[in-house]
Every structure is written in C-alpha cells, then in structure tokens.
Design a protein around this ligand. Structure first.
Ligand SMILES: [Mn+2]
Length: 357
C-alpha cells in the first residue's frame, strides 16, 4: 500500500540523490511541516517524483513543537523516517542543482536567500512578495492555512486523501483557523470547503481534535527551563548589549514549581548565547489572559537599572516572591505584568530606546 509513511521511508533512504526538496518556513510551525510532508507525498503519488520534504528545524528541536508532535503521532508518522534540516547537506544538494519547492512562505529567510535560483515551485498563503516569478506552480492564495492549498491540489490531481494525510491537513487547518471560527478572522471559504471533505476521514470529531491540538500546543510537560526558553525565542543586539527574549506559555509560579533554581537555568542560557540580558515574557490563560515577566541580567547593577526603566515604561510590574534561594551568576527577578498590551513586539523598541540612549 502506498502510504505517506512508506513514501517518507523511501524518500529518506534516497535523500542524498534527491532532485527536489520541499521546505516550509523557518518558524517550523505545524503548517510548514505537515504541508511539506503531504505535498511531497502528492507529487510522488501523482507522477513518481523524486521529492524530499525537509523539516526546517533541527531534529532535537522538534519536540518543542508539541502540537506537531501530537498531530504527526495521530497521523502515524514515524519520526525516524522524517528528514530534519540538520540531517541533509543542504549546500551540496543546492549546488548540485536540486530544485526547491517552498511551502508556507514565498520569500526565503536571509540564511537561505542564496538558494533563490533553486526555487522551482511555491505553495503558500502569505502575502505575495512578488519573487520567483518563474516558479511553477506558483500558487499563493490568502487562505487560512497552506494545508488547505495542499488539500486542493490533491483534488485537482484527483488523488484520494487517505486517513493519514487527512489527519495532517485537517489538524493543521483547525489549528490555523482556530477551529474554523469566523470570529478569529483567519478562516476562508476554501478552508471550510476543504475541512468539510477531510474532517470526516479523521478518527476524532473536529471539536475534539482541535481541543487536543490546542492542549498539546500549550503543554509544557517534559520541557526543561532551557527548552522553555528556546521554544519561542528572539535575540536582539542593542549597541553593545545582546538581549534574548523568550516567550513561555506558563505562569512563573508553575515554572518555579518545575525548576527550583531558575537562576542557574537562566544564567547558563545567557552564557551559551552570550547574552547580557535574558527576559522571559510568560503569557497564559488561567482562566483570564495573564502576563508575567522574568528579568535576568549578568550583573546586579544592569538588572536594577533595567527594572527601574521598565517601571517607568508602563508595564505595571509587581514582584512575584520567589521561595527558593537562587544560586548562580547574575541577578534574576520575577514579576506579574499588569499591562497586558505589552507583547514582545512592543517591548523590543522600549529596550532599544533604553540601551541606545
Ligand atoms: Mn502557514
């Protein structure tokens, strides 16, 4: 039987001779990964094409994409047969003329821009950046999820969507469109039409499947402090100060229960990434939406100056007491952030102002 699993195993076995690579965007979200697997399978089924989906993330980081771990598992995907970015010699493939199919983006990240000449096809739902005009097909439609466009390609090619592909695509569409809810402003007519066709092929009703995916997305079970910091992480260089900001989806109090020496975890993360400042913006719903902020600096003076500045910047911080003694280099403090409107996007320019004055 030609299953997606059989396809992946065969594609992996032949990975160094592959003629086409499919890759999603650098955020490596479920849409990027599931769409590349399903689209590769379609091209292979349709005309025996020698095409390899490559996950745009290192294998060790995949476990941080907890919703993808869950959906892949439901679809019966064996991770050993999936190829991750650190498992191919991308440079060698590209210089050997391997074609690139982009899914879930239509413009390369700066790191991959040099391979622009290899782009041969695009399937995406972001704004069209107008690049790679010779790509064929070049399908860019502003639907809720690339997975919807992949499902439409199955239709066009008259290839049946089997249960495993249905799970991958439907799970992605539900996540991306917030369970097809018009109030979330993501879902389009195409997403709904596709979902109506493929959801009945999934073992769980849409409602339950979505609830599970959502629960897995926010699950922090089994993640270390290092994992929680790197799961959704951005780095900024402000003059001479290198600043990292993580975004963890749990309350500080819960994190303190999971790790009784957060100082050590933050300090070692800062050393590894050569940071002067490491912040964690914690966002969670309990049952209302809340924010907490962790501030770590390599020196106490820097910490106190930054805290004073943030107090004057409208974050409405109040201290969360920390029960355990902290051991390690540097200075750490924990706060409840009363001003919920200040996200990482808004904090970044405030920090830029502070460090470049
Ligand atoms: Mn997407």
């Amino acid at each position: 039987m030609h299953s997606i699993q059989a396809y992946l195993a065969a594609a992996k076995a032949d990975k160094s001779n592959v003629r086409k690579v499919i890759i999603g965007n650098e955020a490596a979200d479920l849409d990027s990964m599931a769409s590349s697997l399903a689209y590769g399978y379609l091209l292979n089924t349709q005309n025996g094409e020698d095409v390899l989906p490559v996950m745009p993330i290192a294998r060790a980081d995949f476990k941080l994409r907890t919703e993808a771990v869950y959906v892949f598992e439901e679809a019966g995907i064996i991770l050993d047969d999936v190829v991750f970015f650190d498992e191919v010699d991308f440079e060698a493939l590209m210089s050997g003329g391997t074609e690139l199919i982009l899914v879930d983006h239509n413009k390369f990240s700066p790191a991959l821009e040099k391979y622009s000449a290899n782009v041969s096809a695009i399937l995406d739902h972001h704004n069209d950046e107008g690049l790679y005009q010779e790509a064929s097909p070049r399908i860019i439609e502003l639907v809720g999820s690339t997975a919807t466009l992949v499902a439409m390609e199955f239709d066009r090619a008259d290839v049946a969507v089997e249960k495993d592909v249905a799970i991958l695509l439907a799970g992605t569409i539900l996540l991306d469109t917030v369970n097809l809810d018009p109030a979330a402003g993501r879902v389009t007519e195409s997403d709904i039409l596709v979902a109506e066709k493929i959801l009945p092929l999934c073992p769980l009703p849409g409602e339950d499947f979505f609830a599970n995916i959502q629960r897995e997305k926010f699950s922090v079970a089994g993640l270390s402090t290092n994992d929680l910091l790197r799961k959704d992480y951005k780095e900024f260089q402000f003059e001479t100060v290198r600043c990292g900001i993580g975004s963890a989806l749990l309350p500080v109090s819960q994190w303190q229960d999971m790790d009784n020496n957060l100082m050590a975890g933050f300090a070692s993360y800062a050393v590894t990434n050569e940071l002067g400042v490491l912040l964690s913006m914690n966002a969670y719903t309990n049952p209302d939406f809340n924010r907490d902020l962790v501030i770590y600096c390599v020196d106490k003076e820097g910490h106190d100056q930054l805290l004073e500045y943030l107090h004057g910047s409208g974050l409405e911080l109040s201290v969360i007491e920390y029960p355990q003694a902290q051991e390690g280099e540097g200075c750490i403090s924990f706060h409840c952030q009363g001003n919920l409107a200040i996200s990482r996007k808004k904090l970044q320019p405030l920090l830029a102002d502070f460090y470049t004055k």
